[in-house]
Design a protein around this ligand. Sequence first.
Ligand SMILES: [Zn+2]
Length: 478
Amino acid sequence: MSTSKLPTQAADFPAWYVEVVKRAELAEHGPAKGSMIIKPHGYAIWELTQRALDDRFKATGHENLYFPLLIPMSLLGKEADHVEGFAPQVAVVTHGGGQELEEPLAIRPSSESIIWNTYKRWIQSYRDLPLLYNQWCNVMRWEMRTRLFLRTSEFLWQEGHTAHATSEEATAEALQMLEVYRQVAEDVLGIPVYLGRKSAGERFPGAVETYCIEGLMRDGKALQCGTSHFLGQNFAKAYDVTFLNRDGESEYAWATSWGFSTRMIGATIMANGDDAGLRLPPSAAPVQVVIVPIFRNDDERASVLGVAEQLRADLAATGARVRLDARDQHRPGYKFAEWELKGVPVRIELGPRDVAAGRAILASRLGGDKEEVPLADIAGGMAARLASVQQALYADALAYREANTHEITSFETFAAGVEEQGGFWIGAWCGDAACEAEISNLTKASIRFLPIDPRDPGAACMHCGKPGIDVATWARAY
Ligand SMILES: [Zn+2]
């Protein structure tokens, strides 16, 4: 670990992010441009996120399956908007086994095409519906400008793909999964999110509606944290997926898809981190409690480590993810800084005097405050302590977002405000795509979301002055 100071968030947020990812040993760049090596500490955060999502997918009736990485180009091309939207980002395999392929194969940028081509054989009757499936996999979207976790050519995610008999059922499914994403973002990763619907220009290629959760990072920029799409019958029509309904008539099936990716590790870093590094919510912390023993000679070492090991075992027995850092090559101060950087929520400092007094020092990563706690009380009180850290971290991020969410009073104040301080800006919009593009050009902000149900703003569009038809929330975004 480098011991030089991190850049501060205020001085250079992008440099702060790069250094935290590197020094907290979350990820590094791979040898191919745009690729990412996820290191154990980063991958462990992803595993906890996966488990939180997967438990909720199962609880809402979904099953996991797996489709292939390679998709024949002709298959990808059947849904016109989908292929047009992804065309600039698709990587194509043209050679295999030393020979040019008869038909090039796309590396999946998303799996709607291959899945809906298969659902054609799986869906015959309304009795076959709904299909509630999800897959955990990697996808590839060629990127010129990459940033670890936030934008890499290959990333890990889950993609849910469901088929339904009615439009209403599919819409309800898309919104249900948006709520699942909200729970994991807020309750597990500690990132407050707004729920909304994308404007037409920001929709997923081939979707009728794209719903999203949007978070605010500590530099005032928004980050799309997860999307859930109502695909209507677009993919059923492109891949000819019909079923016989209850009246014996042939109908196209209704679709949803929804995805949540390793990008959320980047969101966790940027929404919760501070100038000392990562601050992990306990639910997503691979190490929730670290015990750092303090000693100066072999006698002290033996007595302190004996008590530390017992404390570790007691904490582990409560289900806490606990680590005893007994490394000899580093001094306690170095270890404190390293675990702070890695975002461990609670640190326990245990020295000879503490052992003699039957207590330890508990230090919180959140506020930095320290507290003496009797050894006998530590394990029993840890679950409640971690829960309160989880809440406090979320409350801190929420307070930041609330302080940085503004009502637009005029286009000029919005343009100046988003330039100077970032944040979310809410105002009346005419619904015109040309007006939206003009505002984006002038401010570098985009519509992050509209309300899930259109809302009459009761005011004129903040830019063009035409009657407002919806309430748009704008921000500069990653
Ligand atoms: Zn307008």
